[in-house]
Design a binder for this molecule. Structure first.
Ligand code: NAP
Length: 477
């Protein structure tokens, strides 16, 4: 990496405003396997120290005016944009995604900071007329308290700002545990947060083994909320760990998105949408199309057009001019290979050309003839695999689309307005894209139903997750 500001790359965790360096744990570049640096494996005691510093810092932070908190967040937003190139370099080095996508993630991540800086000034309560004369009820908004934030490796910047920005805007303080695979972008964000004027202890970043840190955060009675993004399995485990202390929970979990193309769809737009939804970040996104479900009349033309586009994708290190970088680790590659092998074994056909790639990379592939018996129908593949399921009727498409325990994102393409409403309403998902493959924005509520989690991030809903409502009853008026 050739950073304009090398100070953004910190080999240290941040606890109570102190940077703690200890070379316990190496972080590697997924494209090359080269070691990027070494970080502390924070202990339970260090986790408790971060919680204590967040508790102390909250006294002063929640007392600030909303306008002051908004101004500080706005400075953080500006600093993120000014340092886009360095943040993108760090992101690509540890996560692998192409630099152009890393720049896009910095902008997307920063957009949450700006949005919630704006929302900070609009945290209002209400006055409720009492049924009893001489009384009034004030419903006031208060910060939830110290929050634990645990985030995954696929969007290491945006997943943090989508949680931390609304929390800070509300007056909460934060203990963040980024993924072990991608801690450096979180630490760079924290350097910029310090420069923006976020006081010591308000934002703590712990690096290290997730089980110890997670168990300590969830067991603490001081921590009043957990916001987690990651797999459904770990989300359920953390919810269980939070039960004895009854914490507020936001859980952004796994998906298994259907992408339905009806005969009357605009073919070019549907192919473009499938490319955007399926192959961003090499298919390692929670909202990416996992099952492409195509009506028989348009099926062959769609498969041919999609395969042509996929054959044109460039695969390589994210620092080069590529469309798809390395996968995050060998476990990810193994899962992708297992899904493809299982599908081929059960009757699918590969319609894209095979490539000879180094071991850290996955072959982008279109598979025709997918069926519900295949592993890729049940689980997220989390890689550049596009299985095509064929259907005849709208009822069949709906049953296929909803036939999953997950309910995060769904997409469908049609030009029939009546069907747009009918089908859109019948889909059991938290987010639906109609004639678009892009649904992520700071202004729109983001989140799932069923096994995809609890709560919403972004939009006006996002800040409510960090606010409690207190009813203050005034008598004798
Ligand atoms: P994961 O294994 O559940 O990990 C997510 C985070 O939890 C990481 O920071 C991980 O740390 C940590 N973790 C692992 N075990 C833990 C434990 N016992 N206690 C506390 N924390 C623990 O998920 P992933 O494979 O990194 O991420 C991919 C998953 O995230 C997919 O299912 C994807 O759909 C989902 N996702 C959902 C959304 C959404 O908004 N709904 C967005 C992005 C991703 P380490 O990484 O250090 O192990």
């Amino acid at each position: 990496m050739n950073l304009q500001d090398p100070d953004l790359f910190r080999n240290a965790a941040l606890i109570g405003g102190q940077w703690l360096a200890r070379p316990d744990m190496a972080v590697t570049n997924p494209a090359t396997g080269a070691v990027l640096g070494e970080l502390p494996d924070c202990t339970a005691e260090e986790t408790l120290a971060a919680i204590a510093s967040a508790e102390t810092a909250m006294v002063e932070w929640r007392a600030r005016t909303h306008a002051e908190r908004a101004d500080i967040l706005m400075r953080w937003y500006t600093l993120m944009l000014e340092n886009t190139e360095d943040l993108a370099q760090i992101l690509t080095a540890e996560q692998g995604k192409p630099l152009s996508e890393s720049r896009g993630e910095v902008a997307y991540g920063a957009s949450f900071v700006r949005w919630f800086a704006e929302e900070a000034r609009r945290i209002n309560g209400k006055i409720i007329p009492s049924p009893t004369a001489g009384k009034k009820i004030f419903a006031m908004k208060e910060p939830v308290g110290v929050c634990a934030i645990i985030t995954p490796w696929n969007f290491p910047i945006a997943m943090i700002t989508r949680k931390v920005a609304p929390g800070l805007a509300a007056g909460c303080t934060m203990v963040v545990k980024p993924s072990d695979f991608t801690p450096y972008s979180a630490l760079a964000l924290a350097v910029l947060a310090e420069r923006a004027g976020i006081p010591a202890g308000v934002l703590n970043i712990l690096t290290g083994k997730p089980a110890t840190i997670g168990a300590t955060l969830t067991a603490s009675p001081v921590v009043r909320k957990l916001s987690f993004t990651g797999s459904t399995r770990i989300g359920a485990l953390l919810a269980e760990q939070c039960a004895p202390t009854l914490k507020r929970l936001s859980l952004e979990l796994g998906g298994n998105a259907p992408f339905v193309v009806f005969d009357d769809a605009d073919l070019d737009a549907a192919v473009e949408g499938a490319m955007q939804s399926k192959f961003r970040n090499g298919g390692q996104t929670c909202v990416c199309a996992n099952r492409i479900i195509v009506q028989s009349g348009i099926h062959d033309a769609f498969v041919a057009a999609l395969a042509k586009r996929v054959d044109e994708l460039r695969v390589g290190a994210g620092t080069e001019a590529v469309d798809i970088g390395p996968m995050i680790n060998t476990a990810a590659i193994d899962k992708i290979n297992a899904h493809v092998a299982d599908a081929l074994d059960k009757g699918a056909t590969r319609v894209t050309l095979p490539r000879d790639l180094p071991s850290h990379f996955a072959d982008p592939v279109v598979l025709a003839g997918a069926s519900t018996e295949m592993l890729l129908a049940e689980e997220e593949t989390f890689g550049p695999v596009a299985p095509i399921f064929r259907f005849e009727t709208e009822d069949e498409a709906l049953a296929l689309a909803n036939g999953t325990p997950f309910g995060l994102a769904a997409y469908f393409y049609t030009r029939d307005m009546a069907r747009a409403f009918r089908f859109g309403e019948a889909l059991e998902f938290g987010m639906v894209g109609l004639n678009t493959g892009l649904i992520s924005s700071e202004v729109s509520p983001f989140g799932g139903v069923k096994a995809s989690g609890l709560g919403r991030e972004g939009a006006q809903e996002g800040i409510e997750e960090y606010l409690e409502t207190k009813a203050l009853h005034f008598g004798g008026l």
